[in-house]
Design a protein around this ligand. Structure first.
Ligand code: CA
Length: 429
């Protein structure tokens, strides 16, 4: 039998538009990529509903996961060349890099909000549970799966290994910024990845950056900042997310109130019943979800069918700035909607940017994520925003952006409710 830690007879490569080639030398990594739980990531988009704003953003979590693996592999290669790396950690670290997102489901962020699922728990269950991934990892030793799961959960004892996958400047973020910039086609988001890993040094249990490479690190922070506002928080993407969430809410509500669907949504019922097993979860991907949305366009329930038709045909909600202190205006609009027979629960929705899982640089505000430290010529460490004027200007700032989403066509069709229409126009323009 082939030993799992044996090298492959020959190196395998994946052609990748961001990293040129992704190199696989170990059988363990190759076999992990071949598992069905990992292949499932091909059917989950990295950026959820962003493809409805930037049509190029069809890239999958599969390609991102390979990218995080490749960046981690190259960083380790650099450390190895300087004898700064404990070789026994290599496969644990590479496996964690590859598998860090394996628990993501379809449109993860919206699902988590509606059903309270948690992709981090699923990642752990996939690594430790009855899965092909677990079987491959276990060949490396009984405690190997647990170690990989601990790296991803940031509880692993060697914090250097953790920081490569999860810190202010880690392989995960470096890959998604470059990949998301490439696939959305935006001109910001790029930075010099190779320069960054060339100036990475190990200092006790953290990764630091030589002062001479500060501008490359600055560039990385600026690209996070740009991508945050220009791509991740794009109001049109959020409109699609709002509709997606409302569809899931409606379907769950209908199921729980005994509504009979024309086609039984078999694969979603465990979610609606809140008794989902790991095996149920692994059956869900974005093709399944979009299939249900497509057939629900013909459902008898007018809200479900309308929202699905909006999502499938990209007839998104319009939006306007929403000032949270202006609560009376919102209350007035809700009443107006109710009077017109439009359910404001589904059609008048406030969405806040701070609900999204992205940020730029906030040293000291990210729990266990260490700030970025520069290694000064005299050997001391200095936190990045104390040295860089550019980073100082944007760090620590948090601008929450609230928007009110509504279907413009409904509002402008309210001609029999002239007063509401007028008020809407006054308030929203
Ligand atoms: Ca990731």
């Amino acid at each position: 039998m082939t030993k799992p830690f044996e090298p492959l007879d020959e190196e395998k490569v994946f052609k990748d538009p961001v990293h040129h080639y992704i190199h696989v030398y170990e059988r363990l990594i190759w076999d992990l990529i071949g598992t069905k739980e990992f292949q499932r990531l091909r059917r989950i988009r990295q950026l959820g509903t962003t493809y409805l704003t930037f049509h190029g953003a069809e890239h999958s979590r599969f390609s991102h996961s390979l990218g995080v693996y490749e960046i981690t592999r190259r960083i380790i290669e650099g450390f190895e060349a300087r004898d700064e790396w404990d070789p026994s950690e290599k496969l644990i670290c590479l496996s964690a890099a590859l598998l860090h997102d394996v628990g993501h489901g379809p449109f993860s962020h919206s699902f988590e909000k509606v059903f309270g699922t948690d992709h981090e728990n699923f990642t752990r269950s996939i690594i430790l549970g009855d899965t092909e991934i677990h079987a491959v990892l276990e060949r490396m030793g009984a405690d190997f799966p647990e170690k990989v799961a601990d790296v991803i959960a940031k509880t692993y004892e060697n914090k250097l290994v953790v920081s490569l996958i999860s810190s202010q400047i880690d392989a995960d973020r470096m890959d998604y910024l470059l990949r998301d910039a490439y696939y959305t086609g935006v001109s910001y988001g790029h930075f010099d990845l190779e320069r960054i890993w060339r100036v990475m040094r190990q200092r006790e249990d953290q990764v630091v950056f030589k002062r001479s490479g500060m501008h490359a690190v600055e560039d990385y922070i600026m690209s996070r900042y740009q991508m945050y506002w220009q791509v991740y928080f794009h109001p049109v993407t959020r409109s699609a997310e709002v509709i997606l969430r409302k569809i899931l809410h409606r379907a769950k509500f209908l199921y729980q109130s005994g509504y009979s669907f024309q086609v039984e949504p078999t694969l979603l019922i465990p979610l609606f019943r809140e008794d989902m097993t790991l095996q149920d979860y692994l059956k869900l991907d974005e093709s399944v979800i979009l299939y249900y949305f497509s057939i629900w366009q013909d459902e008898a329930d007018p809200i479900l069918s309308d929202l699905c038709s909006r999502f499938v045909n990209r007839r998104l909600f319009k939006y306007t700035e929403y000032v949270p202190t202006n609560y009376e205006v919102y209350a007035e609009l809700r009443n107006a909607f109710k009077k017109a027979g439009i359910d404001p629960e589904y059609y008048l929705v406030v969405d806040s940017s701070s609900d999204l899982p992205y940020d730029f640089y906030r040293p000291g505000e990210e729990g266990e994520r260490l700030p970025i430290n520069l290694l000064m010529p005299d050997g001391s460490l200095r936190e990045l925003s104390r040295e860089s004027d550019v980073v100082e200007a944007i760090s620590g700032k948090k601008r929450t952006d609230h928007k009110l989403y509504y279907p413009a066509d409904f509002v402008y069709d309210l001609s029999t409710h002239r007063k509401i229409k007028q008020r809407m126009i006054e308030l929203l323009n």
